[in-house]
Design a protein. Structure first.
Ligand SMILES: Nc1ncnc2c1ncn2[C@@H]1O[C@H](COP(=O)(O)OP(=O)(O)OP(=O)(O)O)[C@@H](O)[C@H]1O
Length: 390
């Protein structure tokens, strides 16, 4: 399997067809052709229509890596996320997104089940192992937090009673969630229990498309601080953050027959997804002179340092193989296809310290995003690539 490696990339996962889809009489219209290619067939077009048959019935898409029902959780983890760990413990930020319509397997990929744990736990296990291997020379501290963004409000999934939390910029210019619970356990079983419990706190409501549809974006944040054990030289304290994000369903509000509250949620969900898409679009601009508007949503503000020039970004897009999901699958494939050009320049974020005492300077961010000094001005209109969500 070709891996997204240590860099950025886009993966596509087609989940198994569900019993409900089969009962509806759905056929399979999305197939993985090889390690990278996926084909989607339009179920509405008449296969006997010779004139049109070869023109529009099938569309193929190519990704860094493609999975179908036969892929194990371990395979998906290895090909998409494992390669980010080495960077993380060397001071590079990274972000992994699960994107796709409701019920297509985002939570399955990220959280998974007790028997088939997903990317969260596999990543943390490997991170702790990697840290142990280098702990003779380096001193590490790892902390985790788990939050949701629902209707543009942030809630602590490890302590939901704490109400809505604010984003703040700390003295080093790093965006933090004020008052969030930070956990530093390294026991995998404990972590899984915490995350399962936290996930149950996510705002879920039935939509016509999915009985337990997640209406929020769930964000698992892992912060790694690292310092050389050698105390008699100018030391460097390195910080890096990994965000693993289970996005809310990307489906159109209309498709789920949502009204009132659901529609409002749809608009907010779209606001974050739209802002995310616009940021990715601007970041992937070949000339690098597009303004990246992180301020448009809570999600992109939180991810500012992890999407910019300083980070690796992996998107895992999810689709159903069923004919009944054709429209959504096509929209998702198109969105993911456009996200493919995320190719961020990576630099290491660090602050110097002397004899273990950190200097109170701002973090040195050697690559700044274009236009960053003028956060409220949009210098280039964004391409409207995500209109299918509206
Ligand atoms: N690759 C897979 N293998 C087996 N079962 C899967 C797979 N992907 C998804 N499923 C099952 O499909 C159902 C829906 O998946 P899941 O809850 O992960 O969707 P989702 O995209 O997170 O939806 P939402 O946006 O509503 O939260 C679940 O029962 C899940 O266990």
């Amino acid at each position: 399997v070709k891996s997204t490696g240590r860099g950025s990339g886009v993966a596509l996962r087609i989940r198994p067809i569900s019993d409900a889809e089969q009962e509806e009489g759905a056929t399979t219209v999305a197939h993985r052709l090889d390690d990278q290619m996926v084909v989607l067939m339009d179920p509405m077009e008449d296969p006997d229509d010779i004139l049109r048959a070869n023109r529009s019935r099938e569309k193929t898409f190519m990704f860094d890596v493609a999975f179908d029902f036969s892929a194990s959780q371990e395979e998906v983890y290895r090909a998409t996320t494992r390669g980010l760990i080495e960077g993380l413990i060397s001071g590079y930020n990274a972000t992994v997104f699960a994107y796709g319509p409701t019920g297509c397997g985002k939570t399955y990929t990220m959280l998974g089940t007790d028997k088939e744990p997903g990317i969260y736990v596999r990543t943390l296990n490997d991170l702790f192992r990697a840290i142990e291997e280098t702990s003779d020379d380096m001193l590490y501290s790892v902390s985790m937090s788990y939050l949701e963004i629902y209707n543009e409000m942030i809630r602590d999934l490890l302590n939901p009673s704490s109400g809505f939390l604010d984003l703040r910029e700390d003295s080093k210019g790093v965006i933090q969630v004020a008052g969030i619970t930070e956990v530093s356990t390294i026991n995998a079983q404990e972590i899984m229990e915490l995350l399962m419990k936290g996930n149950k706190q996510r705002t879920q409501e039935p939509t016509a498309a999915n009985q337990t549809s997640s209406r929020s974006h769930a964000v698992l944040q892992v912060a790694v601080k690292q310092q050389s054990r050698c105390r008699d030289v100018l030391q460097e304290v390195r910080f890096a953050r990994l965000f693993m994000i289970d996005l809310a369903g990307s489906e159109r509000a209309a498709q789920t027959q949502n009204r009132g509250q659901r529609l409002k949620e749809g608009a907010h969900i779209n606001r974050s997804l739209l802002a995310l898409g616009n940021c990715i679009n601007a970041l992937s601009d070949k000339n690098g002179n597009k303004y990246v508007n992180y301020r448009d949503s809570k999600l992109t503000r939180l991810l500012k340092d992890s999407l910019g020039g300083n980070s690796r970004t992996v998107m895992i897009a999810h689709i159903s193989p069923a004919s009944v999901a054709f429209e959504e699958s096509r929209n998702t494939l198109t969105y993911a296809d456009r996200a493919k050009s995320i190719r961020t320049r990576v630099s290491r974020r660090s602050i110097k310290s002397f004899l273990g005492v950190p200097l109170k300077s701002r973090c040195i961010n050697s690559v700044s995003s274009p236009g960053e000094e003028e956060p409220d001005k949009c210098v280039v209109p964004h391409r409207s690539v995500h209109q299918h969500h509206l």
